[in-house]
Design a protein. Structure first.
Length: 149
């Protein structure tokens, strides 16, 4: 087998090994959000608004790859729960109203992050220092893989 074919096979093998581990980890982290009293989708929306204060519903829908009517429903529900608030209309475009986290929303998001970090830290503590170092080295490539960087 030539080198490019071997490299492609190695990539496919790596994907086969990583995929189930990443999926199980993702599911476990979603469960921790639910244990904090927030759905995984709500946590995702709250996190996106925290990273992009003042974002509009349309831009948030595009960013999270949801339809605008669906995102609007979620935002209205989170607003009714007191987790999101709306900014005043922009001077440039009176139709555009930005979304922001309320103190209650920030508290909910912090609770989710604490639960998720506690869950992950407890499992990391069971690994050898070498295994933790390998995971630390993988953090940046995994963030790039997910499109975060």
């Amino acid at each position: 087998m030539n080198a490019p074919a071997a490299a492609a096979l190695d990539i496919v093998d790596l994907a086969e090994v990583l995929r189930p581990a990443l999926l199980r980890t993702s599911r476990a982290l979603r469960r921790e959000a639910q244990r904090a009293g927030v759905s995984a989708l709500d946590a995702q929306i709250l996190g996106a608004v925290k990273k992009n204060p003042g974002i509009g519903v349309s831009a948030l829908a595009d960013r999270e790859q949801m339809t605008r009517p669906s995102m609007s429903s979620h935002v209205k529900r989170l607003e009714a729960s007191g987790w999101l608030g709306r900014d005043e209309a922009s001077q440039d475009d009176r139709r555009r109203v930005g979304i922001r986290l309320t103190p209650k929303g920030l508290k909910a998001l912090d609770a989710i992050r604490r639960r998720r970090n506690d869950w992950l830290a407890a499992r990391l503590s069971l690994l050898t220092p070498e295994a933790r170092a390998a995971l630390a080295a993988a953090a940046e490539p995994l963030a790039r893989l997910a499109g975060d960087r």
